[in-house]
Design a protein around this ligand. Structure first.
Ligand code: FAS
Ligand code: PHB
Length: 394
């Protein structure tokens, strides 16, 4: 039995980048929302995830007044490095597209948005909720029921935004016979580390090596974020700090010589590699955004960027519906988002296929992979295709 009912225009489930950005955007056009989040503030502000922001993403964050610390502490990158055949190849993002990318950790974006939401705008965000249930999502007054600090609460709203990620409750609230789920699981995972070390290069490095894929990225001039392709069922306990650095040094090796800067590992974790898309991204007055609707393999650095693009379209639809009484943009929300989601899915799959070691690959396929890399590195049109997708077609 719900003891207390909160009323708002938009109920948002999840305080990740999608939910927080949507709430911020709605507040700027005078539309109220309440966010509920099942983790604590401390937990989600420490969660290490994405790092690369497309041009459209950092421009959007600037437009909604969330770019001040990002522009001060973020690192603008003009190129990415491909490494294969023990040689390095720069892809000149700026020269090929006229755009740059920003490296600024997702955790920092979340911190900035939460501080704005709570400390500056004094808007409602409930942490540590549980037993979240969506009720009457086909009606004009859908509700969200949940428990919070021992109380049974409800939110009465006009729209529910399911921004609760891949493991949330929103997508499963859509009847199974309505949803078409597309999924592809890759036969490997990524071991990611956060370490106290000066970045070894100015740019992100993607390395294809016979021992497997490796990636060198960063979070600040003193913090690096590196990844190693590992077995899909691998356990982080199998990876000592020494083994991690040794494997990274081997996979990043160059004929000209190269040594990756090492340092104290602050965090390590294993992320599965999958592609997933739910179609449709909506049901009645429930609209999914971000990982609640789709997952891309992180090789293309698209997950976070896709989430914010969804939110841009969802905010437009909600604004048209609530302020102008025009429901057409919400009706076409899935149609407006999915083509781009599939395009990002394709690019992320293409990058993953080109850069990783596939156990089932025979020597012929391995040579094809290297031939593809040499073509991308040497052909202006091929490298422009990579660059255009990497900086984003937002
Ligand atoms: P999120 O998952 O970030 O946020 C959903 C929120 O909803 C979470 O805070 C969750 O606690 C909350 N929630 C879940 N269930 C709930 C419930 N029942 N009630 C209330 N709240 C609930 N992308 C990249 O581009 N590059 C990367 O390197 C990269 N690395 C990643 C590593 C990991 C381990 C993971 C899981 C993802 C990674 N991603 C990466 C993708 C990631 O960045 C997502 O694209 C991004 O977090 C999407 O943001 P949201 O859609 O807001 O979902
Ligand atoms: C990161 O910095 O975390 C990162 C960079 C590029 C990727 C994935 C993750 O493709």
């Amino acid at each position: 039995m719900v003891k207390k009912v909160l009323k708002t225009q938009v109920g948002i489930i999840g305080a990740g980048p999608a939910g927080l950005t949507l709430s911020r955007m709605l507040s700027l056009i005078g539309i109220d929302s309440i966010i509920i989040e099942n983790q604590s503030r401390e937990y989600i502000e420490k969660r290490i995830r994405a790092g690369v922001l497309e041009a459209g993403t950092f421009e959007l964050l600037n437009e909604i007044g969330m770019g001040e610390r990002m522009m001060r502490e973020g690192m603008m990158h003009h190129a990415v490095e491909l490494r294969f055949d023990r040689t390095r190849h720069m892809v000149d993002l700026s020269g090929l597209t006229g755009k740059d990318i920003m490296v600024y950790g997702q955790a920092e974006i979340v911190k900035d948005l939460i501080a704005q939401h709570i400390e500056i705008d004094n808007r409602p965000l409930l942490f540590g909720v549980s037993d979240v249930r969506l009720v009457e999502i086909m009606s004009d007054n859908p509700q969200i029921e949940f428990s919070h600090e021992g109380q049974k609460l409800g939110i009465e709203c006009k729209i529910i935004a399911g921004c609760d990620g891949f493991h949330g409750v929103s997508r499963p609230s859509i009847p199974a016979d309505t949803l078409k789920n597309y999924e592809h699981k890759f036969p490997f995972a990524w071991l990611g580390i956060l370490a106290q070390a000066v970045p070894s290069t100015e740019n992100v490095i993607y390395a294809n090596h016979e021992k497997g894929f490796a990636l060198h990225s960063m979070r600040s001039p003193k913090i690096v974020r590196n990844y190693i392709q590992c077995n899909v069922d691998d356990d982080v306990e199998n990876w000592s700090d020494d083994r991690i650095w040794s494997e990274l040094q081997q996979r990043m090796e160059l004929d000209e010589g190269f040594s990756l800067n090492e340092g104290k590992i602050l965090e390590k974790g294993i992320t599965p590699m999958r592609g997933f898309i739910a179609d449709p991204m909506q049901y009645g007055n429930l609209f999914l955004a971000g990982d609640a609707a789709h997952i891309v393999p992180p090789t293309g650095a698209k997950g976070l960027n896709l989430a914010l693009r969804d939110v841009k379209f969802l905010c437009r639809g909600i604004e048209q519906k609530i302020i102008n009484g025009n429901g057409q943009y919400l009706v076409s929300y899935t149609r407006d988002c999915l083509p781009h989601v599939w395009h990002a899915q394709y690019f992320s799959w293409w990058m993953t296929r080109m850069l990783h070691k596939f156990q089932e690959n025979d020597p012929y396929q391995t040579q094809l992979q290297l031939a593809q890399l040499r073509h991308v590195a040497s052909s202006q049109s091929a490298s422009r295709t990579l660059a255009e997708n990497y900086v984003g077609l937002f």
